[in-house]
Design a protein around this ligand. Structure first.
Ligand code: CDM
Ligand code: ATP
Length: 328
């Protein structure tokens, strides 16, 4: 493999980059404000147009330098052990550290600690945020000094959702969701997330999307190219107008997610009845994201969702927030 050149990066903001014994990085989960999906490509991936917004549900990855005799191993510990989250090579955190090491020729290992706050398999890109955080943390710990452009390239190799948490805020996504352009915006949005008891598999939701598209278009499937983002949505973001943004929220995967989990329709209805401007499936689901006009209404929506018993848990978060960054 061609090694990326590890050079001191003037943008590397971490304290004592390359010499610290541990580096802590925080990265946000996301909600898709708009998600249009085209017909699958030959490799099975779907072209997307999406608008990501980073929400204040924050994953934390701490990368610790190992003793010299640790022989280059990459280890992962979960702050709160969870059967649904592997700690071996299947974990995106381990894969991110390994990819960075291979790409830069690093032979040193690392001990990684992960604290999760984004629901697992909830359509909010928790694993992707973890991978983004691990790339940034190891880049600092190992002093590999890659700039944001190289980190975004590595991120795209780990998953379609991995580049966005490096950038954060609000961004337009093209390609398979990995080609990003920041979007201008103002204001803060109040979100309420209704979490499901069991996660949904992203590939299963895309597969159901294909089946439903084929059935509804007389066998023709989804249009090859996804739709463009409506001007009304970017205008709402520029104005910081939550009500106008609510009118523009859209998710092509919602029908597929509801088909797999019909009970989610009731969650959406409960949130909207309690005052949410709109409630939609977040990404591939099953989390329902409800946009509230203000904090008091968000509180009311959260209470109604809890009282309904229709979801496993409810969390509130404001948005947008910054992308992955070194903290502490
Ligand atoms: C639904 C979204 O969360 C919207 O942001 C993303 O598109 C999902 O991105 P992700 O979880 O990072 O996806 P990856 O880990 O790259 O891919 C998992 C699987 O999802 C499907 N997949 C993903 C992204 C995409 N544009 N088309 C797809 O068909 C593929 O079956 C793929 O094998
Ligand atoms: N760091 C990680 N955190 C959580 N799950 C992980 C991680 N690494 C790998 N996984 C595996 O990936 C699956 C999906 O995890 P994740 O929480 O990222 O889903 P998601 O948020 O729905 O993803 P996306 O929104 O990007 O489609 C989990 O069920 C788990 O088996």
């Amino acid at each position: 493999m061609n090694h990326l050149r590890a050079v001191p990066d003037p943008d590397a903001t971490g304290p004592r980059a390359g010499s610290a014994t541990s580096v802590r990085v925080e990265a946000p989960g996301k909600v898709n404000l708009f998600l249009s999906v085209g017909a699958p490509r030959p490799d099975g991936y779907h072209p997307l147009t999406t608008v990501f917004q980073a929400v204040r549900l924050i994953e934390t990855v701490t990368a610790r330098r190992q003793a010299l005799d640790a022989r280059g191993r990459i280890t992962l510990t979960l702050a709160d052990p969870d059967d649904a989250v592997p700690t071996d090579e299947r974990n995106l955190v381990v894969r991110a550290a390994r990819l960075l090491a291979e790409a830069t020729g690093v032979t040193e290992g690392v001990d990684l600690l992960l604290r999760k706050r984004v629901p697992v398999a909830g359509g909010m890109a928790g694993g992707s945020a973890d991978a983004a955080a691990a790339l940034l943390a190891c880049n600092h710990l190992w002093g590999t000094g890659l700039g944001l452009g190289d980190l975004l390239d590595l991120a795209a190799r780990l998953g379609a959702d991995v580049p966005f948490p490096l950038m954060g805020a609000t961004a337009l996504g093209h390609g398979v969701g990995d080609r990003l352009t920041p979007l201008m915006g103002r204001g803060t949005y109040q979100w309420v997330f209704a979490l499901a008891r069991e996660g949904l598999s992203t590939p299963a939701v895309f597969a159901r999307f294909d089946e439903l598209s084929a059935a509804s278009a007389g066998g023709a499937g989804a249009p090859a190219a996804p739709a463009e983002v409506p001007e009304a949505l970017t205008a709402a973001l520029r104005a910081g107008d939550a009500a106008a943004l609510g009118d523009c929220l859209a998710n092509d995967l919602q029908e597929a997610a509801l088909d797999l989990r019909p009970e989610l329709a009731e969650v959406i209805e409960t949130a909207e009845r309690a005052g949410a401007l709109r409630a939609i499936v977040s990404g591939s689901g099953p989390t329902i994201a409800a946009l509230a006009p203000d904090s008091a209404t968000a509180q009311r929506v959260a209470r109604a969702l809890c009282a309904s018993g229709a979801c496993a848990d409810v969390v509130r978060a404001d948005a947008p927030v910054a992308g992955a960054r070194v903290v502490g």
